[in-house]
Design a protein around this ligand. Structure first.
Ligand code: ATP
Length: 237
């Protein structure tokens, strides 16, 4: 069996006593792309925030390469090798693309060659190389999303958590962003992807978990992408 890089073991998260995630078991192996889908309020963002240590787990455990990270501070979790790209593409609009990326590089966990790392990010997202001197705020939504992902990758994480990268993007732009996920995997990075675009996510991910009301409702494989009935049932059943 391959090594589980990230495991949620009976995870519970509440906001002031109101459960948002309940008894959630998820296993992600190294190099996988795993999707997390479900209707608004299902608990998807909460799951990512709990992994990152932004919200506290009320019960259960979160393990990175077999070691519990539950209760650790977000910066410790970042140092341990997890990066979050939050919903809404929070880049620095008044800094250039290069400066945004350099901030990411400053968070890098390894003392490697920064120039080389920058070049590899430009290779992954060529537009960022071309627009290096532009302010982040003038980029299109899709370009900003690429910048947000590149900045997270600059820290050289083992696992990247993406919170609705396609939000507000045109379909062709969504494709451009999704296509990069395969390349990110080739670089050895594991992805947990929260998405509203259920069918597209199921088709692309190695495995997709559907949440509803904070609970695991169904697990899908790529072949299930055409099974619209099952997908709809996971949302509304
Ligand atoms: P969306 O697609 O709308 O982002 P989601 O699946 O990511 O949905 P969460 O944002 O994780 O869902 O929300 C799960 C539940 O927790 C919802 O009922 C939401 O209202 C509640 N919730 C989320 N954040 C907070 C918070 N900071 N304080 C209190 N309740 C919260």
């Amino acid at each position: 069996m391959p090594e589980a890089i990230l495991e949620l073991d009976r995870l519970d998260v509440s906001y002031e006593g109101v459960p948002a995630v309940r008894d959630l078991n998820i296993r992600i192996d190294r190099g996988e792309i795993v999707g997390l889908i479900g209707p608004n309020g299902a608990g998807k963002s909460t799951t990512l925030h709990a992994i990152m240590g932004i919200v506290r787990a009320a019960g259960g455990d979160i393990r990175l390469s077999g070691r519990s990270i539950r209760g650790r501070a977000p910066e410790q979790i970042a140092r341990a090798g997890i990066a979050l790209v939050p919903e809404g593409r929070r880049i620095y609009p008044n800094m250039t693309v290069d400066e945004n990326l350099k901030l990411g590089l400053a968070a890098s966990r390894r003392r490697g060659d920064r120039g080389k790392l920058m070049a590899s990010l430009h290779e992954l997202f060529p537009i960022l190389g071309r627009y290096g001197k532009r302010l982040g705020g003038v980029l299109s939504g899709g370009e900003q999303q690429q910048l947000a992902i590149a900045r997270a990758l600059a820290a050289e994480p083992d696992v990247i958590l993406l919170d609705e990268p396609s939000l507000g993007l045109a379909p062709t732009v969504v494709e451009a962003v999704f296509e990069r996920l395969g390349e990110i995997r080739e670089r050895g990075v594991t992805t947990l992807l929260v998405e509203q675009r259920a069918q597209r996510t199921v088709a692309m991910a190695d495995r997709t978990y559907a949440l509803a009301n904070g609970e695991l409702r169904a697990t899908f494989g790529p072949k299930d992408a055409s099974d619209t009935d099952r997908l709809v049932a996971a949302y509304f059943g």
